[in-house]
Design a binder for this molecule. Structure first.
Ligand code: GAR
Length: 195
């Protein structure tokens, strides 16, 4: 799992392990930020962690390869990016083809990028939500696995809206990572087939 932030999605996946029939297990957590709260969440659960910080590499390409190596150590069947605030490069995606998922706090293809919640709010949409998608070379452009909608309330600010999205997002992520772990994921063009 790749994290840069608080790791609430990670915590939800770890909680799902309690059910023996769930089918997926977090084998390792990698962050670009040494201070990411998600690393503490992983450590508390006894999950191995690694930090691959861009400043320790001479350029983006070397960092991308370092990240792929660090994740590869865990031999994951699936790589889940949840709040990982960096773009994955060609080397990384080539190492785990069609097996990298990202969760985004907006209904893609609307409001991609680092500020999906803020951008949706500023645009004045009445419905937003979250998207689980397969990562491709673009920014939040990959084939969509699942989405869930969240209504925008008149008095919402970015924090309150993101908090309600997070609740729905966690459930969506846990549901679909479990389905994929149990049934597999195949791509038919942009169509994602699970199970
Ligand atoms: C999640 O809402 C995720 O969708 C978002 O960061 C949050 C991470 O929360 N990701 C992005 O905005 C990526 N563009 P978490 O660290 O508590 O799981």
């Amino acid at each position: 799992m790749l994290v840069s932030g608080a790791g609430t999605n990670l915590a939800a996946l770890l909680a799902a392990h309690a059910d023996a029939g769930y089918g997926a297990r977090v084998v390792g957590v990698v962050s670009d930020k040494p201070a990411a709260g998600g690393l503490d969440v992983a450590r508390a659960a006894g999950v191995p962690t690694a930090v691959v910080a861009p400043r320790d590499f001479e350029d983006r390409a070397h960092w991308d390869r370092g990240l792929a190596d660090a994740v590869g150590v865990f031999r994951p069947d699936l790589v889940v990016s949840a709040g990982f605030m960096r773009i994955l490069g060609a080397t990384f995606l080539g190492r785990f083809p069609g097996r990298v998922l990202n969760t985004h706090p907006a209904l893609l293809p609307s409001f991609p990028g680092a500020h999906g919640v803020r951008d949706a709010l500023e645009h004045g949409v009445k419905i937003t939500g979250c998207t689980l998608h397969v990562v491709d070379a673009g920014v939040d452009t990959g084939p969509i696995v699942a989405q869930a909608a969240v209504a925008v309330e008149p008095d919402d600010d970015e924090a309150s809206l993101h908090e309600r999205i997070r609740v729905v997002e966690r459930a969506l992520l846990v549901d679909w990572v479990g389905r994929i772990a149990r049934g597999g994921l195949t791509l038919d063009g942009r169509r994602v087939v699970v199970g």
